[in-house]
Design a protein around this ligand. Sequence first.
Ligand code: IZC
Ligand code: ZN
Length: 424
Amino acid sequence: MKADLLIKNAAQLVTSRGASPAPLRGKNQGEITVLADGAVAIKDDKIVAVGTTADLEKRLERNQKRREIDASGKVVLPGLVDPHTHIVFGGSREHELSLKLKNVPYLEILAAGGGILSTVKATRRASLEELVTIAEKYSRQMLAQGTTTAEAKSGYGLSTASELKMLRAIKEVDRIQPVDLVPTFLGAHALPPEYKDDREGFISLIIEEMLPRVVEEKLARYCDVFCEEGVFSVEESRRLLLAAREMGLELKMHADEIVPIGGAELAAELGAVSADHLLVISKEGIARMAGAGTIAVLLPGTTFYLREERYAPARAMIEAGVPVALATDFNPGSSPNNNLQLVINIACLYLEMTPAEVINAITINAAHALGRAIEIGSLEEGKKADIVIFDAPNYEYLAYRYGTNLVDKVIKNGNVVLEVDNNG
Ligand code: IZC
Ligand code: ZN
C-alpha cells in the first residue's frame, strides 16, 4: 500500500462506526469507534487505510517517501462539519448587546427594524469583494478551530441582486480557502422594509424571480425559510418550499425556535433534509420527524446567547429516533460564534448529550445534513482526507475543556493546512 502522509501513534482515533448509509439515530447516535494507538494513511486527497499504527506500518510500502505525523498523546477525528451558518454578512451587531441585557426580545428587535434588518442594510451596502474578504476571514477562523466543511446561507440581501451577490460570495469563498462551503438560499429570512406592507409581493418575488435565478446559476443546493411567528408562517413556508422543491432544490427549515407553530411537522411533511433550532418542538413534531427521518440540526450556542430558558429537547428526540446534528448557527445577531468546540461543551452540558453522541452530531450526521456523507464525516478508506488532530488525551476531554482552541493540526483534502505549536 502506498501513502504520502501517515498520521500515527494517536492516543485515540475516533470515528463513527462503519459506512453509514443513513444518519445515526436512537442508540446508534452514540456509537463510535475508538482506536488506541490509531493511525490513518493518506494518498493524494483520500484516506487509504485506518487502523492501529502497527497494522498500518506493516501494510505500507517500505522505502517510500512520505510525511509522518506523530499524534502521540492526541486525538484524531474526522474534520468537523458545521451544517448551519450565516457566514456571509456585512457589519456586526454588538450595539444590540445592551438591548439584550435589558431583556428586549430577539423578535422585538427585529420588528423594530433592527436585528436581521440591520444586517440586511450593511450587507446590501457591501460590495461582492468586501463580502468575500470578510467571509474568507470567518472561514479561516473556522478552519483554525477544526471545521473543514460548513453550510453557508444567503438571507441578508432580500432583493434579487443582493441575494445573488451573497451566493456568489459564498461560491468565491469556497474556491479561495480550504473550508468547503455548501450553499443554501434563504431569501425568506425576513420581510425587507420595502415590502413591509406587501407580504404577498415579497413571496412572489422569491418564487418568480429569485428562485429561478438561483437555480439557473446553480448557486444553491438547499432552500431554507425562517418559519417563525411574525416572520414566515407555516402556510407561507409551505408555498415557498414547495416552489423551491419543484425547481430542484433540497429543503431545510428554521423551525420551532421561539414560538411552536408547527415548523417541524412541515419539515417532515415536505421531506426536508433537516429542521433546525427546534427549541419548542411539539411531541407531534418529534414523532413526525422520526417517521420521516428528518435530521434535527440543533443550535445550542444560539440558545445560550439568547439567554433562553429552554434548550431543544435533544434527549427526547434521540429517544424517539430523530437523528441529531449540531451546528454553530454562526451569525451576527443570535450566535456570533463560529467555533464548534464550544458547541460540544454546550451540547453536553445543556442538551445532555454524551460526548460520543455529540461527536457523531458534528461529523457524520452533520455530513448527512449537507448531503455529503459519502465523502466526509468519518475516517474510512475511500473518504476525503479531512482530518483534525486535537491536543487532547481522549475525546471526552473535548467536552470537558472549554474556551481554549484545542486544535493541533488540520488536514484538508490530504494537505496539512494548519499546524499549531501547542508546546510553547
Ligand atoms: O441575523 O439574527 N435566527 N436568523 C434566524 C438569525 C437568527 C440570524 C440573525
Ligand atoms: Zn440560522
